[in-house]
Design a protein around this ligand. Structure first.
Ligand code: AGP
Length: 608
């Protein structure tokens, strides 16, 4: 995720901007830049690919003196990491830094090109600078008025700060669905995407809300909306430590990321659902299904579990056979794959060695390839013919959470896209899936709120020798994922099974000392899971059920219930995985483990 810092006051801006950006380095970035209203009335811009040290070296060679400025660290989403794509973007006398995604960037770019405007980067952000410059040229009398006019045309998520050569003592900041915080100092004001960037200078902050536009001058700040109506926002004194601030007030990155899932899924869907057409665009890429006879999904770990759910989604919507393979197995087994196959490589990091090798193997045998990844321009998307980024924002906790649910959302998008092209998904059915998908982020939000911290449950089971997880259909992969998550961070042995398999062996493990997590939401296979649950109960098993709100039959039959809202079977995994993530987190915490950095694990596995 990108970082923003902006400053207006009496002190030199550059050290404050660089210092603030350094505080956001932990979030990851691939390029950085600053723009400063230099004292002779011009705007100076310095930006480059790579670490902040490169930018600092640039600023030593070509310093910028001034006390109003904007700074940015970029984590690429539209356009690869490069000097040209680094922020700030400048058009005429206007410079902008931006976090988020401009959804209607294709249409806006085409319109602006039609008026003779040229673009120097591949970013969606540059469009905003053009729109503000256009508004100023069309007679807007202030940077604030021009910014409002520009942003009324923009759809999507943004935290934006603008500076203009012709209005040197001003900054304009705007927020919509991307975080932004204002810091109030003595005769100086700060803007940042995240609180850690400000804490060194002030603890008096205002968290901005959706649609806020802030006008900052040396005299202070005012907050209005896009139409100019005044907005009052209370300030508060932040008592977070620097470390707490990095985690957004959460005790661990993993918990922060669990709670970021509604936003991560929204960002994965953003701009891709074509509601009136009952269709999905994969960012303009067209997968020709005429010569396609099969899909093969390759991935590792949690991404492999997402692939197993993807099989259900794609087979149901597109009626194409889907095989799911562990990348480390696929690459070494002389796979039968060729020109009529689409090989989908799923990797949060985009760098997993086995997944990359599997994708290359498939390519060398003539298959078409598609990468689903969270990291732009990483090795796997670079090697693939098509890419679908999840836009979940950087994931720091080693145990993957928000990237998993974002992968599920991306796979549902792929399934609808393919289904509409094979003709097996009618417009009506596509419309139904799209509307259900759009409800998911809110359902996730409610579920996370209602589940609470699961502390009591964790205390009860923190010393057991093992856990079993079971589910059917789309929830079988969730049983596997629940077991993996628990193993990773609690170090308790756990196994996931297809519920129907229990009686073929694993049932021998059941006694009153082994909790069994049964994923049993209403829908496809529900009755079957109920009878599997009874088999466990008959052997004194301790059942923790994941069930649909209000299901009395379940609540009467088990020790604990973790409730989730109703959803179609294909989308249930986006909800049923949430209690399992929280349970793993709570058990790990109760055992005193390092949740974010579990032993023996690495975030990105770049070796075989
Ligand atoms: C997830 O919690 C794990 N840390 C791990 O299984 C991970 O999913 C796997 O290594 C694959 O990583 P990738 O998605 O970056 O390719």
């Amino acid at each position: 995720m990108c970082g923003i810092v902006a400053y207006i006051g009496r002190r030199p801006a550059v050290p404050i901007l660089i210092g603030g950006l350094k505080r956001l380095e932990y979030r990851g970035y691939d390029s950085a830049g600053v723009a400063v209203a230099v004292t002779d009335g011009l705007l100076g811009v310095r930006r480059c690919r790579g670490r902040l040290a490169n930018l600092e070296a640039l600023l030593v060679k070509a310093p910028l003196a001034g006390n109003v400025g904007i700074g940015h660290t970029r984590w690429a989403t539209h356009g690869r990491p490069s000097d040209e794509n680094a922020h700030p973007h400048r058009v005429g006398g206007v410079c902008v830094v931006h976090n988020g995604i401009i959804e209607n960037h294709i249409g806006l770019r085409a319109r602006l090109r039609g008026t003779g405007r040229e673009f120097t980067s591949e970013t969606d952000t540059e469009i905003v600078a053009h729109l503000v410059d256009e508004a100023l040229k069309q007679g807007a009398t202030s940077l604030l008025e021009a910014s409002r006019k520009a942003l009324r045309q923009v759809e999507g998520a943004y935290a934006i700060v603008l500076i203009s050569q012709d209005h040197p003592g001003e900054l304009v900041a705007a927020k919509n669905a991307s975080p932004m915080v204002l810091g109030i100092g003595e005769g100086e004001t700060f803007i940042a995407s995240d609180a850690p960037a400000l804490l060194e200078h002030t603890r008096n902050v205002v968290f901005l809300d959706e649609g806020d536009i802030v006008h900052l001058t040396h005299a202070g700040y005012t907050i209005t909306d896009l139409e100019g109506a005044k907005r009052e926002r209370p300030s508060r004194i932040l008592d977070w430590s620097a470390e707490q601030a990095e985690k957004g007030g959460f005790p661990h990155f993993m918990l922060k990321e669990i709670f970021e899932q509604p936003t991560a899924v929204t960002n994965t869907l953003r701009g891709r659902l074509l509601v009136p057409e009952s269709d999905v665009t994969l960012d303009g890429q067209e997968i020709d299904t005429r010569s396609l006879s099969r899909l093969v999904i390759v991935a590792c770990g949690t991404s492999y579990h997402a692939g197993l759910v993807g099989k259900f989604m794609i087979e149901s919507a597109a009626r194409l056979p889907v095989e799911v393979d562990l990348a480390s197995e696929f690459r070494y087994r002389d796979p039968v794959v060729g020109p009529h196959d689409l090989v989908v490589a799923i990797s949060q990091s985009g760098e997993t060695a086995d997944t990359l090798a599997a994708l290359k193997e498939a390519k060398s045998r003539g298959a078409r390839t598609l990468a689903i990844s969270n990291v732009l321009d990483s090795a796997i998307p670079r090697a693939a013919d098509f890419t679908l980024y999840t836009h979940a924002g950087i994931e720091i906790g080693v145990a993957s959470t928000k990237c998993f649910t974002a992968q599920l959302a991306a796979l549902m998008l792929l399934a609808i896209h393919l289904g509409r092209r094979t003709g097996t998904l009618s417009p009506g059915n596509a419309q139904e899936l799209i509307s259900q998908l759009l409800l998911i982020p809110q359902k996730m939000e409610n579920t996370l709120k209602e589940l609470g911290d699961l502390k009591e449950l964790a205390e009860r089971y923190k010393d057991v020798p093992g856990f079993l997880f079971m589910g059917r259909g789309t929830n079988y992969p969730i049983a596997l994922e629940g077991a993996l998550k628990l193993k990773e961070i609690s170090y308790i042995h756990a196994e996931g099974y297809a519920a129907g398999e229990m009686k073929h062996g694993p049932i021998a493990l059941i006694d009153d000392g082994i909790p069994v997590v049964v994923i049993a939401p209403k829908g496809h296979g529900y009755e079957k899971v109920l009878s599997n649950m009874s088999e466990v109960r008959a052997r004194e098993g301790q059942v923790i059920a994941v069930a649909t709100h209000g299901d009395k039959i379940i609540s009467e039959q088990c020790q604990s219930v973790l409730w989730v809202p109703d959803a179609p079977s294909l989308l249930q995994p986006l909800l049923t995985v949430l209690p399992l993530q929280l349970l793993s987190y709570a058990v790990s915490l109760a055992r005193g483990n390092d949740v974010d950095q579990p032993r023996n694990l690495a975030k990105s596995v770049t070796v075989e």
